[in-house]
Each structure stands twice: as structure tokens, then as C-alpha cells.
Design a protein around this ligand. Structure first.
Ligand code: P6P
Length: 316
């Protein structure tokens, strides 16, 4: 049985970097405990405030962000925290060499119906500044608060999966996640069809045609509406996740955020042999212009991502 600290020692000699992963893992374990009790504590209501995206902040969004900060503040190696729940980047330690970007509770609109939500985070070198490409990440991870509490991490090697035990420790259950190259499962919010561009329409129409069309095989569709839940399924059994640019989101650059959703998820999926794209370029190559920038997100099984990219090339 491999514990988190042992795994981290095998991944890096840099104990300062490992300490940031430990801090985020500890925050995830604490958030898991809070979420388990939330309905009893009446914490799933709206906090009343709104975040930089103009979305109503649920009490647990704010609480989760506070928990992350509480675990990062004592760590002298974290210089800055960027968070979906904070309008501006906040300084954590003036001497720190790492930046953490996080969505402390992604998918929180699902909390009231007890669907899996998660904490997503990205670790970047502080000397690169606030706006760095995702390819500069030193590591990334997420915690999925589901039937089991899972944590998926990657430094620069393979993507690994852990489960939180009743003793509060994280146990390695999969040392090298592998996204199958081929899949018959796609994830997209089909209620947005009327906003889709021709490439998305072309790709999904082929999938719906299944074995009777150009794709030549049957497809199934899954959409949880919680990115961590959808991505975890894809990491564990393959598939493709699409939140493409559409006529309603084009003015904002997309729906999902680059620094603390798209980049960490792309890092993790690529570390498991999957691919990530905006439709026109690799997500990890996008140069951010704002810490809360949005991008189109298409990632998962390599063959499916390649099909979508072909549709975008055809669209010109
Ligand atoms: P829609 C949750 O609000 C989120 O940011 C992601 O977790 C999820 O994939 C997406 O939005 C769901 O978007 O348009 O289906 O509600």
C-alpha cells in the first residue's frame, strides 16, 4: 500500500514542491469532511455574494476557498494563490517559489442534489508570473468528492489516482492512469446545440448517427454538469469532454476557466495519454491574458479529440 508521501518522494526530490501537494491534499480531506456534513449544517445555501464570474457563491464555495487558504498560508513555499472565488490574486508568502491556481469547489451548483463536485488545482513556478502557459505547470491535481473521495495528481510523470481512507490518509490505487485512445462515449451539454459552431455540430451529428454514419460505431452520451465528475470518468474509462466555444460564450472566450480548470485538467489527461485542445490549439499552449480567462475545452481520448480537431480544420 503506497501512501501519498511515499509516492511524492518517488516523483520528485523537491520537498518544497511535494509540500504544496501535501497542503492541497490536506485541504481536500478537510473539505470532504465539511461536505459530508453540509446538509445537516445547512451550508449548501447561497452565500449571498457573487464571484468574479457573476455566479452566486454558495456558502461552501467560500468555505472551501478559506480551507485552501488555511492550508497554504503556513507553507512558506507558496507565494501567490489565484482562485475562482477571489477577484484578485492574493499573496501567501513573500518568499514562496510556487503559485497555486484553484477552483476550490468546482461544480458547486450540484451540491444541493448531492452530485460529485471537486477541488481543482494547478502549481506553477512563481518566477514565471501570474500569466503562464499551462505547459509551464510543475504539477496539477483534483479531489473528487464522490461515493469515494478520490484525488488525481501529476507532477511531470504519469497521472496517479488516490483514495481517502477512514484514517484520513491517501492511498495510491492507480499508479498510471491511462485514457483509452478510442472511446464510444462523449460528454457535452446538448441543450446548447443551437449555439454550437459547425465543427461541434458535425462531430456530434456523426456520433448520434453511430454505426449508421461516418463514425461507424455506436456512441453513448454522459453529461454530469460537474467537470471533475465528467473528467474523472474519462480518466478512468475513456471518453471525450467538450465545452466548445459557441455563439453565446464567444464574447467571453468560452465557459470554463484556463488557469484553474482547463490547464490542470489538460495536464492530468495528457499525463494519462489523452489529448487536450481548444478546437484549434493545444490547451497547454494557450498564453493567458487574464487570471480568470475562459477558454473552450475539449479533452479526453486521443482518437476522439483528433476527430474534433479535424472538424475544426474542415471548418477553417
Ligand atoms: P453547464 C460547473 O458550474 C461548471 O463550471 C463545470 O464544472 C461543468 O462542467 C460546467 O460548468 C457545466 O456547465 O452549462 O452544463 O451548466
Amino acid at each position: 500500500m503506497t501512501l501519498l508521501a511515499d509516492w511524492l518522494r518517488n516523483q520528485t526530490d523537491d520537498e518544497t514542491l511535494a509540500s504544496v501537494f501535501i497542503a492541497m491534499a490536506d485541504a481536500g480531506a478537510e473539505i470532504a469532511a465539511v461536505l459530508r456534513q453540509a446538509p445537516i449544517a445547512g451550508q449548501t445555501g447561497l452565500a449571498g455574494a457573487t464571484n468574479v464570474q457573476g455566479e452566486a457563491q454558495k456558502a461552501l464555495d467560500v468555505i472551501s476557498n478559506d480551507i485552501v487558504l488555511n492550508h497554504l498560508r503556513p507553507n512558506p513555499h507558496v507565494s501567490i494563490l489565484i482562485s475562482e472565488e477571489l477577484d484578485e490574486a492574493v499573496e501567501v508568502s513573500s518568499q514562496g517559489q510556487f503559485i497555486v491556481a484553484t477552483d476550490p469547489l468546482d461544480g458547486s451548483s450540484n451540491l444541493d442534489v448531492n452530485v460529485t463536485v471537486g477541488t481543482i488545482f494547478s502549481i506553477l513556478p512563481a518566477d514565471g508570473g501570474l500569466l503562464q502557459k499551462g505547459s509551464a505547470q510543475l504539477g496539477a491535481g483534483y479531489v473528487a468528492y464522490g461515493p469515494a473521495t478520490s484525488m488525481v495528481l501529476r507532477l511531470v510523470g504519469q497521472t496517479a489516482v488516490f483514495t481517502l481512507g477512514s484514517d484520513g490518509g491517501w492511498t495510491l490505487i492507480l499508479g498510471a492512469a491511462s485514457v483509452p485512445e478510442a472511446s464510444g462515449e462523449y460528454a457535452i451539454n446538448t441543450a446548447r446545440e443551437r449555439f454550437w459552431d459547425s465543427a461541434t455540430k458535425g462531430y456530434v451529428t456523426e456520433n448520434v448517427a453511430g454505426e449508421t454514419g461516418a463514425a461507424g460505431k455506436r456512441y453513448n452520451m454522459r453529461w454530469v454538469g460537474s467537470m471533475v465528475a465528467d473528467i474523472h470518468r474519462i480518466l478512468m474509462r475513456g471518453g471525450i469532454f467538450l465545452y466548445p466555444l459557441d455563439s453565446e460564450t464567444v464574447s467571453k472566450g468560452g465557459r470554463l476557466r484556463l488557469l484553474y480548470e482547463a490547464n490542470p485538467m489538460a495536464w492530468l489527461v495528457e499525463g494519462a495519454g489523452g489529448k487536450s485542445t481548444t478546437g484549434r490549439e493545444r490547451i497547454l499552449d494557450v498564453m493567458p491574458v487574464d487570471i480568470h480567462q475562459r477558454v473552450p475545452v475539449i479533452l479526453g481520448s486521443a482518437e476522439e479529440v483528433a476527430r474534433v480537431e479535424a472538424w475544426y480544420r474542415k471548418a477553417g
